[in-house]
Design a binder for this molecule. Sequence first.
Ligand code: ZN
Length: 439
Amino acid sequence: MLTTIQGGRVIDPGRLDTIADIIVEDDQILEIIAPGQTVTPETESRAAEALSQTIDATGKIVCPGLIDMHVHLREPGHEHKETIETGARAAAWGGFTAVCCMPNTDPVNDNCDVTEFILSKAARAKKARVYPVGAISMGLAGRKIGDFEQLKACGVVAVSDDGNPVMDDRLMRDALTVASRLELAVISHCEDLNLAAGGVMNAGPVAAELNLAGIPNASESEMVKRDIALSKATGAPVHIAHVSTAESVVAMRQAKSEGLAVTAETAPHYFLLTDAAVREWGTHAKMNPPLRSENDRAAIRQGLADGTIDAIATDHAPHSEREKAVAFETAANGIIGLETAVSLSLKLVQDGVISLTELIAKMSTHPARILGLECGLQPGGTADITIIDPDVVYKVDAVRFQSLSRNCPFDGWRLTGRPVLTMVGGRVVYHDLKEYKDS
Ligand SMILES: [Zn+2]
């Protein structure tokens, strides 16, 4: 099968930004043809032999398949919130060709049985690629380091205790050292549990007004500083998950200026919302780390603009209605994000914070580089491709989400731009193009 993606603006960050046709054969990119160039005789003869189809991408952005390096798919153990199949489907609908799923399932992904279970479920779903993240500590208990070598052999792409911090400095140091030797990324959920203890939202005037216990910025930033210090001491890379505070951005910026191997991600809610959202949306604005102040939000945007924050991830955290329809103090943390992330992140481009190319890099090539995954648009490469319509205006309707959960504060928002086609290994796994017919 030969597929021609015709006439789109092809952006491969740092390498390509031009109107071009992309020819895909089976699971690979065969050729990228800029205007004025002609198809090679070889491609032409293959086109004559193969079944072929055309996707009209005029006026659209064609970019490397987007990678969400931080999602929770809930299976095994919490299938009422999400399954690997529904999560992978939501990813495809959201323009993601790959997601990395965190190990805080039940049982925890700290062994090959769970890793292989996830991979087999994902293979059956045939939607986005699912890359499992293994636990740093056995059972996420923070005491004994996991068997990273075995986890890597079974297919994990990174390790993390996400949901929990690694409070034990020595365990974290050992994890960085071992993971670095194995070339496995370490994704750190930075939270000092002693400083955060009892808090349920950002510490500040809104928490005081609502009479809710606050979580100070230092609970995150002090752990970011610890991880930077451990990275410096060991020479091992560390990736900081879901950065939410101004102080963390400052620490990251300083570490990068020293040339340390530290990288960071943030999520759309941290550059779009502040803790004031708790007033309006209650538990649908409860997450960990919490939504912060306007000063923090501005610092996150600045960190995205100057490259201090490398990646945008969703921290997609599905919860059922009954886990959110309770008192704020007892409600589960997190919101879903896969199906709104591209549209919400495009706001950064619309607001002039970063360029479109930078946005694509933060959602594709940068996460790929951090995780050691293939990504990009080049002849001979895997045909993982996302097509985005940058101009379409629509209203978010959570009822139509593929995710099993509906905990989304962005329901009803009017947004501009969204993914209209997702191709994984040459297969169209999602599209919203009237003129395109599934073959
Ligand atoms: Zn986390």
